[in-house]
Design a protein around this ligand. Sequence first.
Ligand code: AMP
Ligand code: MG
Length: 348
Amino acid sequence: MRSSQLLSGDKSDHMHLAARMIQSGGLVAFPTETVYGLGADALNPEAVGKIFAAKKRPVFDPMIIHIAELKTLMTLVMIDPQHRRLLMTLVETFWPGPLTLVLPRRSLIPNVVTAGLATVAIRMPAHPMALALIREAGTPIAAPSANPFGCVSPTMAHHVLKGLGDHVDLILDGGPCPLGVESTIISFTNGYPKLLRSGSLSMEDLEAVIGPIAQINHSKGVPCAPGQMARHYATRTPLTLLPTRGNRPAVSPGEQIGLLALSSSCDSDRYAAVEVLSPSGDLKEAARNLFAALHRLDAMGLDRLWAEPCPEFGMGTAIMDRLRRCAVQESVSNDDETTTFDQDKQYC
Ligand code: AMP
Ligand code: MG
């Protein structure tokens, strides 16, 4: 066991150190505009293997590769001429930003990154520290969220320290992540764009640019794509997603309930703790605060958490996706998730 180093990401010598750590096969946690990533050289299979070990992530769950230049994309993926225009429109409109594209991969990418799939997920993050790290390391960086597998994602450096501190060589602190929810993932592998995971780029914004996108099916217990587990983003304290907003069930005497409220709550004295995601009900602000609020509530040792639902448009879609998966009870079998995923399978 070792203590990782927490360094401020805005000092150039810290950035050099972090880049050298990546080059020498180490693990660096760094801020992105979505959540903190746990990064390793994407072209070094041993380094990527350390990510799986640190997170206790199942090897069938592929990672997203982060790049800083568009020209790197062409070295990692093959683009079907039929999709080229649509893809370029997406990339020019939304990169750098919270959009991940799943595309047929080139052989340069180690199998461990893609869990043996013929496709790879790529994103160009918008956070200046993430871009600086990738550029300075001079290699694409594979980086899932910097938290133990299945747990609440980190949006602050101290979340990484708490969850993975002993397993990371270095943490670059860039303050709170400005968007707060993971990237939106679109696949281009079945001849048309398909949403694999809702995220910080809203469907409305995406569809305004490229037209209708096939939607994922939220059927309980069935992963929609490799890594899209029914239970994920989970607090240790059991969480119940309430059916409606405002109309909350009675609290049993002696029961310690923590409430995750979308907007200002008037009966807050009934609860052991209340986290308001956005006093005005603004969905972007709510998304930004979601994971940090879950971390705080989870640290209080309460009996149960209640989460209010939010409207499912804009960032509300991604918030509800995370809350649903946090709320799935242990009794929901995740047996399907040990399945080996293959390229041709329709996941939903
Ligand atoms: P995260 O763990 O938040 O970095 O997200 C990584 C997720 O991206 C995985 O759990 C998968 O759901 C998705 N992903 C990565 N690579 C692929 C791929 N080749 N095909 C489909 N989904 C992928
Ligand atoms: Mg994650």
